[in-house]
Design a protein. Structure first.
Length: 443
């Protein structure tokens, strides 16, 4: 495959930049574009790709063999039109992932929540295997990917566009099943069906590790291979306590993670269970995971100013918001302030009440307007739908514009507070601005 020349449309996305880095490390020539500049696009350029900001028909270099696109790219993108006019094949990013996995022993991590973190944990548990996830990892040169020693390739399996069905791993983890992508799936039954088809395609000599989620355990019945349950269940491979794994053979494996929250202990337990199947002793696998603080934008400390700590998190579903707030309560004795940016109009419309319930666990709640990403606005669907569903905190603020948040929030803050900025949009830029307004700097 050496010598292949590819072009990535949407190269600044977390998943696409990761694929681009692995392609570069495979000896391919890589170019790419994105609508806006950002750290991932910069990192890909620094690694050797030819990148530019803005989509244009002239952006595709001569001699490109294949153009790969992410699901966020509309079909009328000028680069897609130019590629087709030139007879250059246009393929989905999942096809690139499958190409890169060739020659490796594939391991996939699936589920509605926790995929990126668990995939990174699995790569570490295996001693630094090749990894590709949709979030920045500390050893990924600013991306979510890295080549590692040995035969294993750990990949995040994405259900948002059903692209996980194009993967053929030897073994997999299924963390949970939930309805997160409302523009793709009409109901959770459709989500279950896709995950069922995914696990049914596993080889008979493989293994499926399943987290403590009722729907995931139901879906696991379709697997034609060994199934390892993690959590409280009869015959479980391991139970998870606050500081250890208790294996079915009565061994106790210490698991005192740097990453906060019960959900991360479960993620780590699933990674250890699959690493054990791959031949790594559970105690050794767990020890490799323990220092890992998380992938980018997962409870990421941004800084402290005026006694206020600011943490950024990717939580964009009610289950994730609730888990992040629980993790904050577990480790922070003071007040917890949630600043939430809803992501996608379809998700906000469907889950506004659930978001409000989850956010009610905070002491102060700020909700911005919806970050629409690839979706067009919907009449009446906005951040106010969420704020109206919040119950109980000291203060609930509806602040549509992100740039207005510091001025609206700072009068509510006091020393000892923890501010959580949460969402999958551009809210990640709020933390540094809030710290600056408080009189400090990030870091």
């Amino acid at each position: 495959m050496r010598g292949r020349s590819i072009h990535l449309v949407g190269a600044g996305g977390a998943g696409m930049s990761a694929l681009g880095l692995l392609a570069l490390r495979s000896g391919w020539s890589v170019s790419g574009t994105d609508r806006e500049d950002g750290p991932a696009l910069t990192a890909l350029g620094a690694a050797g790709a030819t990148v530019r900001v803005g989509h244009d028909a002239t952006a595709i270099p001569a001699g490109v063999d294949v153009v790969f696109v992410s699901s966020a790219i509309a079909d009328d993108n000028p680069e897609i039109a130019a590629a087709r006019a030139r007879g250059v094949p246009v393929r989905h990013r999942s096809d690139l992932l499958a190409l890169l996995m060739e020659g490796h022993r594939g391991l996939a991590v699936a589920g509605a929540h926790g995929k990126s973190t668990t995939t990174a944990m699995l790569a570490l548990a295996l001693g630094g295997a090749t990894v590709c996830v949709g979030a920045q990892i500390p050893w990924g040169q600013g991306t979510g990917a890295a080549w590692g020693p040995g035969p294993w390739f750990c990949a995040e399996a994405d259900e948002s566009d059903r692209s996980l069905l194009g993967l053929r791993p030897e073994a997999a983890i299924l963390l949970n099943v939930d309805h997160d992508h409302h523009a793709t799936y009409a109901a959770v039954d459709e989500v279950e069906d896709v995950f069922r088809r995914f696990v049914a395609a596993l080889p008979g000599d493989g293994v499926l590790v399943v987290g403590p989620d009722a729907r995931a355990r139901s879906v696991a019945h379709a697997a034609p291979c060994e199934v390892r349950l993690v959590g409280d269940a009869e015959g479980a491979w391991a139970r998870v306590t606050d500081e250890a794994l208790v294996l079915a053979d009565a061994r106790t494996v210490p698991l005192r993670l740097a990453a906060p929250g019960a959900h991360n202990r479960t993620n780590a337990a699933c990674a250890v269970a699959l690493a054990d199947w791959c031949g790594v002793d559970p105690a050794e696998a767990a020890a490799r995971i323990v220092p890992f603080a998380g992938v980018g934008r997962r409870f990421e400390h941004k800084g402290t100013a005026a006694g206020v700590q600011v943490v950024d998190d990717y939580a964009h579903h009610p289950v994730e918001v609730a888990a992040t707030l629980r993790a904050a309560r577990d480790q922070h004795p003071g007040r917890v302030i949630a600043v939430f940016q809803p992501h996608l109009y379809s998700r906000t419309r469907a889950l506004a009440n659930a978001f409000g319930k989850a956010l009610s666990a905070a002491d102060v709640v700020v909700v911005t307007d919806v970050y629409g990403a690839r979706e067009d606005p919907e009449p009446g669907v906005n951040g106010a739908l969420v704020t109206r569903a919040v119950r109980g905190p000291h203060a609930v603020l509806d602040v549509p514009h992100l740039h207005d948040v510091p001025a609206a929030l700072i009068p509510e803050l006091r020393a000892g507070d923890l501010v959580l900025t949460m969402g999958a949009g551009d809210i990640t830029a709020l933390g540094p601005r809030l710290l600056e307004a408080l009189g400090g700097t990030g870091g």
